[in-house]
Write a protein that binds this ligand. Structure first.
Ligand code: ANZ
Ligand code: ZN
Length: 859
C-alpha cells in the first residue's frame, strides 16, 4: 500500500493555504466573529514543545470555528523586548536588535511548518517602533488622565548590574543574575495606577465564567480586598509634636482591647525622624533594608523590633499607653505602614510579644471555652468567638464587635471603617536598553515634561555598547540630551524603558488592525473583533500579564480609545509538556536521544551502554536536558503527528508526558488513516450522490457512529476535551475499518462516513485532512469546508424502524428516534423519495401515525 509521504504533503498544503490566503481575516459585519489567540512567544531563538502544545490547541479551536461558520481571527506576533537580548549582546557580542530579529525569522519558519491557520499579515513585533509609538502615545494619554505618575519608592537595587529588579528577580536577598546582595534604594520611578481599578477588577471576576476558577481566585487574592478600619493613636514622648497621631490599618478592630504594642515600618516617616536622634535605631533600620522588599521575603525573615522612645495613648483604655516599635515585618506600602499588635489574635504579634516580653491579653473566647480555663500559649486564636476583656464589646461575636467598635471610633473621631487592597500600583520603569523608551523629558526648570505627541516615537539609538554594566541609554553620549519641549533649555531624556509587560498588555488590541498608523488600532475593527473569544496560555501568567491587560483595557476606556471592559472573554490555561530525565553514571544529564531503552526496560547510554538512572517526568528544561526538539519531531514524523500526539495524550489543562512510544503511535495512526481511505475509496459513489431510501442495520450503525461523532467531537473541542475527541475519532476509524459494504446503500453510507470523518479530523491534523479530502473528491480546500450537520434521527439514543405505507402498502422503512412526535414522523415519511413516488404527485388526504411503528399515508 502507498505510504503517506508527510514531508511532501505537509509542504504542499501549507503552500496551498498561503497561495489562497485562506487564513487572512477580514471584518465582516454579516458574520459572527471568533477571535482565537495564543499567548505570543518571546523570540528566544527556538520553538519548544510548550509552544507546540499551546499553538496546536489554539489551531484546533480556530479551524473548528471556521468550519462552524465563524469569521475567525487567529493572529501571531512577538513579545520582542526584554533582558535575554541584552544578555546575548553581552555574551555573544551581537546587537539585541539583530539577535531578536534573527530569532523571529527562525521561529517563524518553525511555526510555519506546524501548519497553523494563522493570519501572518497581522504579525507584530513589540520592538518595532511602528508598534511602540502607539504605546508611548497611550502612556502620554494615561499620564494626562492621572493614570501614570512618577513617585519615589523603595526598590530592589542590584549593585553589580546597576539596575532595579522586580521582586520576582530577587532570590534569597540576592540578584538572580549577579548573585549580589540586593540593596534597597529609594528611586523616582514611573507607576501605572492599577489600584484605581482595584474594586472593578475584583468585582468583574465574578462574571467571568469562561475563565478557570483557579485563575480568578489567584487574581482575587492578588488584589486582596480587606475590610477593616484606620485608627488614629495620639503619640506621646520625646520628639513628637503635641496632638500628633499615628495612623494604623487593621482588619481586626474588634481586638483593640487586646493591643499591647504598636509597630511601624522601618521606612515609616516616624521611624526616619526618630532615627535622626537615635543612632541605634538608624543602625536597626539600615539592617532591615538589607533584606528584599517583597512581602514573601519579609514574611520569612525573623521578626525583629526596636523599642523607640515614644508611646501612644490607648484609644479605648483611657490612661493606658502602648509602646511604639519599629519592626521589620511591617511593610511601608500596605495600609498605613503601621499597626497595633494584638498578640492573642495574630501569630506574628504573638511571636513578637514573646520575644520582647510584651503582655498577651486574650479578647476572643472560642466557642465552648470558659474564660477561666482558656489560655493562649504558643498559638494565637484567629477564629470566631465571643468578645471578652473588651469593655463595651463584651459578649458580642467578632462580626458584630467589628461593627460596634468602628461606630465607636467614628463617633469619637479616632478612626473610620475602610477598605484596603493588597494590589500595588504597577512599577514600570526599568534601567534597561532593550525596551520601549518612556516618552518623558526632565527639565531643571519645568520638571518632568511629556514628549510632544508629534515627536513620537522616541526610538532607541542603535549605537550602544554593552561592555560595562548599567543602562547603555544613560551612558550614550548624545541620545539623552534634548531641548525641553516646554522652555527650550537643555534638558535630559528619561533613560528608563518600560517593563515589557506593558508591551504585552495590548498586542491583542493591535492585532485587530495591525497596520493602522494613525492610532493603536482602528476603532471599528477593534469594536468588531474584540474581545478575544478564546485566549490560551500558561497558568504562570495568571496574575501578571492577565491582570495588567485587564488594567490596560480599562485605562484605554478611560482615555476614550475603546469601550471595552474586559479583553479576554474565554481563557484556557494549558498544562506543561514533561519528559523523564536521564543521568549518566558520572551524574551528567543526558538528552533523551542519548539513551537507549532495552527490551527488558533497562536504560543505557547509547554511546557506551553504561547504565543510566531515570528520573521522574518533569517540565522539559534545557538545564536537565529532558527536552525534545519540535523541529526534529516534525522532520521525523511530520507536524500532524506532533499535533495529534499533543492532543491525544492527556486533558489539555494537565501536564503532558512526552514519550517516544506515544509519538510513534500517533504516527502509525496517520499512516493507517491514509491506507484505510485509499483502500476504501475505490468503488464508492461520488460526493453528492442521491441518498438511498433505506440502509442495512450495519450501515445504519455506521452512520449513527459518524453522526454522533459530529456532535461529540464538536462538543469536545468546544469544551477543550481534545483527548476525548481524539478517542472518539479512533473509535470511528475502527468502525469504518470493520464495515464491509455489500450494497449500493452500504457504499453510500461508507462514503458519507468517510466524508464526515475527514471533516472531523481536519482541525487536528489539517495536512492529512486536506490530502484525504482531495482523495475523496471534496470541493475546494478542507480548511474552507463546513463542519457537517448531523441527521437528528441518527442522534437519538433509541431508534425504531418505522414502516411507511401509502394506501396501506409498505413502501419504505425509516429509522426514527424512539417516541418521535407524530408530526415529525409524518414529515420524515413524506420526505422520502419512495413515498413521493408512490403518491405520484397527489396530495395526502389523511396520515395515520402509529408511534414507533407505522406511518400510513392515504392519497
Ligand atoms: C491588628 C490585628 C489584630 C490584626 C489581630 C490582625 C489580627 P490583611 O488581612 O492581609 O489585610 N497589617 C496592617 N498593615 C500592615 C503592614 N503594613 N505590614 C504588615 N502587617 C500589616 O491583614 C491585615 C492585618 O495585617 C492588620 O490587622 C494588621 O494586623 C496587619 F488579632 O491589626 B491587624
Ligand atoms: Zn523646561
Amino acid at each position: 500500500p502507498p505510504r503517506y509521504n508527510f514531508r511532501e504533503t505537509e509542504a504542499k498544503w501549507q503552500k496551498a493555504w498561503e497561495a489562497a490566503a485562506t487564513f487572512k481575516a477580514t471584518a465582516d459585519q454579516s458574520r459572527p466573529k471568533y477571535y482565537v489567540l495564543e499567548m505570543f512567544p518571546y523570540p528566544s531563538g527556538r520553538i519548544h514543545m510548550g509552544h507546540v502544545r499551546n499553538y496546536t490547541q489554539g489551531d484546533v479551536v480556530a479551524r473548528y470555528r471556521r468550519a462552524k461558520g465563524f469569521n475567525v481571527l487567529h493572529p501571531m506576533g512577538w513579545d520582542a523586548f526584554g533582558l535575554p537580548a541584552e544578555n546575548a549582546a553581552m555574551e555573544k557580542k551581537v546587537h539585541p536588535k539583530t539577535w531578536t530579529y534573527q530569532n523571529i525569522e527562525a521561529m517563524k519558519a518553525q511555526l510555519k511548518v506546524m501548519g497553523l491557520s494563522l493570519d501572518w499579515s497581522r504579525e507584530v513585533a513589540t520592538c518595532d517602533p511602528a508598534y511602540y509609538r502607539h504605546q508611548q502615545k497611550m502612556f502620554l494619554d494615561f499620564w494626562k488622565a492621572g493614570l501614570a505618575y512618577r513617585k519615589e519608592a523603595w526598590v530592589n537595587w542590584d549593585p553589580v548590574d546597576n539596575t532595579v529588579l522586580a521582586n520576582e528577580q530577587v532570590i534569597d536577598g540576592k540578584g538572580w543574575r549577579t548573585g549580589a546582595t540586593v540593596e534597597r534604594r529609594k528611586l523616582a520611578q514611573w507607576n501605572l495606577k492599577i489600584t484605581h481599578f482595584a474594586d472593578e477588577l475584583l468585582k468583574r471576576l465574578d462574571t467571568m465564567d469562561r475563565w478557570p476558577e483557579k485563575v480568578r481566585l489567584m487574581q482575587a487574592n492578588w488584589i486582596g480586598k480587606s475590610e477593616g478600619a484606620r485608627v488614629f493613636f495620639e503619640l506621646t514622648g520625646a520628639g513628637v509634636e503635641p496632638g500628633e497621631t499615628l495612623e494604623i490599618f487593621t482588619t481586626r478592630p474588634d481586638t483593640l482591647f487586646g493591643a499591647s504594642f504598636m509597630a511601624v515600618s522601618p521606612d515609616h516617616p516616624l521611624a526616619t525622624r526618630l532615627a535622626r536622634h537615635d543612632p541605634a535605631l538608624a543602625d536597626f533600620i539600615a539592617d532591615c533594608r538589607r533584606t528584599g522588599t517583597s512581602a514573601a521575603e519579609i514574611e520569612t525573615a525573623e521578626k525583629k523590633g526596636y523599642r523607640t522612645a515614644v508611646s501612644v495613648k490607648h484609644v479605648v483604655k483611657p490612661g493606658e499607653t502602648l509602646p511604639v516599635y519599629v519592626a521589620n515585618f511591617v511593610l511601608m506600602d500596605y495600609g498605613t505602614g503601621a499597626i497595633f499588635g494584638c498578640p492573642a489574635g495574630d501569630q506574628r504579634d504573638l511571636d513578637f510579644a514573646r520575644k520582647y516580653g510584651l503582655p498577651v491579653i486574650p479578647v476572643v473566647l472560642p466557642p465552648g471555652e470558659s474564660p477561666a480555663d482558656f489560655v493562649i500559649r504558643d498559638v494565637a486564636y484567629v477564629d470566631d468567638g465571643t468578645l471578652y476583656n473588651s469593655g463595651f464589646l463584651n459578649g458580642l461575636p467578632v462580626a458584630d464587635a467589628k461593627r460596634s467598635i468602628i461606630r465607636h471610633l467614628e463617633e469619637n473621631g479616632v478612626g473610620k471603617g475602610t477598605v484596603q487592597y493588597k494590589l500595588r500600583d504597577w512599577l514600570v520603569s526599568r534601567q534597561r536598553y532593550w525596551g520601549c523608551p518612556i516618552p518623558a523629558i526632565h527639565c531643571e526648570s519645568c520638571g518632568v515634561v511629556p514628549v510632544p505627541a508629534q515627536d513620537l516615537p522616541v526610538t532607541l539609538p542603535d549605537d550602544v555598547e554593552f561592555d560595562t554594566p548599567g543602562n547603555p541609554l544613560d551612558r550614550h553620549p548624545t541620545w539623552k540630551h534634548v531641548a525641553c519641549p516646554s522652555c527650550g533649555k537643555p534638558a535630559r531624556r528619561e533613560t528608563d524603558t518600560f517593563d515589557t509587560f506593558i508591551d504585552s498588555s495590548w498586542y491583542f488590541d493591535r492585532f485587530t488592525s495591525a497596520r493602522c498608523t494613525t492610532a493603536p488600532f482602528d476603532r471599528a475593527e477593534h469594536e468588531y473583533w474584540m474581545p478575544v473569544d478564546q485566549y490560551i496560555g500558561g497558568v504562570e501568567h495568571a496574575i501578571l500579564h492577565l491582570l495588567y491587560s485587564r488594567f490596560w483595557t480599562r485605562a484605554m476606556r478611560t482615555v476614550d480609545l475603546a469601550d471595552r471592559d474586559e479583553p479576554f472573554a474565554g481563557l484556557f490555561t494549558q498544562g506543561m509538556v514533561c519528559h523523564e530525565t536521564y543521568r549518566a553514571a558520572d551524574g551528567s544529564w543526558l538528552f533523551p536521544d542519548e539513551v537507549k531503552h532495552g527490551e527488558d526496560g533497562a536504560v543505557v547510554r547509547a554511546s557506551d551502554a553504561t547504565p543510566v538512572s531515570v528520573g521522574r517526568s518533569e517540565k522539559m528544561s534545557k538545564s536537565k536536558k529532558n527536552v525534545v526538539d519540535p523541529d526534529q519531531i516534525i522532520r521525523d514524523y511530520g507536524a500532524d503527528t506532533a499535533r495529534w500526539f499533543m492532543l491525544s495524550d492527556s486533558p489539555p489543562e494537565r501536564d503532558l508526558e512526552w514519550t517516544e512510544a506515544g509519538v510513534a503511535g500517533a504516527w502509525r495512526f496517520q499512516q493507517r488513516l491514509y491506507r484505510m481511505l485509499g483502500g476504501a475509496i475505490a468503488g464508492l459513489p461520488p460526493a453528492g450522490a442521491a441518498r438511498p431510501p433505506a440502509f442495512s442495520d450495519a450501515a445504519t450503525a455506521l452512520r449513527r457512529a459518524a453522526h454522533r461523532a459530529i456532535i461529540g467531537v464538536g462538543e469536545d473541542v468546544e469544551r477543550f476535551h481534545f483527548n476525548k475527541g481524539v478517542a472518539r475519532l479512533y473509535e470511528l476509524a475502527n468502525a469504518i475499518e470493520a464495515f464491509k459494504p455489500t450494497t449500493d446503500a452500504d457504499r453510500w453510507a461508507l462514503r458519507e462516513t468517510l466524508d464526515i470523518f475527514v471533516r472531523l479530523i481536519g482541525p487536528m491534523t489539517p495536512h492529512l485532512g486536506e490530502e484525504l479530502w482531495q482523495m475523496l473528491g471534496g470541493q475546494g480546500l478542507l480548511a474552507d469546508a463546513s463542519w457537517p450537520t448531523p441527521e437528528t434521527a441518527l442522534l437519538a439514543d433509541d431508534e425504531v424502524t418505522v414502516a411507511i405505507q401509502v394506501n396501506g402498502k409498505l413502501r419504505a422503512t425509516i429509522r426514527l428516534a424512539k417516541d418521535t412526535a407524530k408530526d415529525a414522523a409524518e414529515a420524515a415519511a413524506l420526505a422520502l423519495p419512495e413515498t413521493q413516488r408512490a403518491m405520484a404527485g397527489k396530495p395526502a388526504k389523511k396520515v395515520v401515525v402509529v408511534p414507533n411503528r407505522i406511518v400510513n399515508i392515504v392519497v
